[in-house]
Design a binder for this molecule. Sequence first.
Ligand code: NAP
Length: 256
Amino acid sequence: MNYSHIFQLEGRVAIVTGSGRGIGKAIALGLADAGCDIVVAARTEAEIKATSSEIEGKGRRSLAIPTDVRQSEQIATLIRRTENELGKVDILVNNAGGSFAVSTLDMNEGGWDAILRENLKSVFLCCKEAGGIMKKQGCGCIINIASIAGIRSYSFNAAYGAAKAGIINFTKTLAVDLAPYHIRVNAIAPGFIETEGLSKLLEGDNEFRSSIMRRIPYGKLGRPDDIVGAVIYLSSDASEYVTGQTIVIDGGMTSI
Ligand SMILES: NC(=O)c1ccc[n+]([C@@H]2O[C@H](COP(=O)([O-])OP(=O)(O)OC[C@H]3O[C@@H](n4cnc5c(N)ncnc54)[C@H](OP(=O)(O)O)[C@@H]3O)[C@@H](O)[C@H]2O)c1
């Protein structure tokens, strides 16, 4: 056995949702460096086009497809265009998501539904569409971006935590269901990663920021780049026998 190519992703096609900025953008650029052609999907056209151009600058093919992952017909278009224009779907990274802080008793039913739809139902819909193509191909890798909020409790984030916990369990079930087709399904649970999404949550709340910092053994917030290595590992032959798992990347926060 020669191990020199186990992280190699040359010629594979990856879709990364929410890749206009933040963690998704770092994942898209990282997978491109590892050899993938990349489909960049999110709602803000200027941002997905910018990510896509950066990927083409690395010598890879890239499509920027405006997509709202809350809309099943837009997801169907995303997956169909990927297959038609790039020939296949090897890797799907379900990264799009977000939240707002609200106390549980103040949250209305619409807010709860909106967070579950954006963070959990969207993952089911994307997996269902891409999974059909992967089943036909007889191979594929799905990586769902969960959160440590799906493992621990985080005040003012009940719906988000429930959605991310849902992703972790959905990942296990889907991994078992799709294993006969040689499709692997895993999740990554980031801790606190410095992105615009996090800045919005921390904005103006120095007490919240310092309470987080006190709970990170590694002593600093994570960067989007910190998530990339695990995505490459889970997309590659290096993780050939790994499925149904969640890798936590949190500077030790959930180990205390
Ligand atoms: N940052 C953290 O500390 C942290 C920790 C744990 C987990 N996470 C998870 O990691 C993922 C990325 O977070 P981030 O911090 O990088 O967020 P971010 O900076 O807010 O970026 C979110 C990305 O997702 C896209 N997006 C949001 N809603 C979408 C929708 N309905 N349809 C399509 N695209 C959508 C956004 O683009 P548009 O708005 O243009 O659509 C953007 O490209 C999320 O799932 C988040 O829950 C983040």
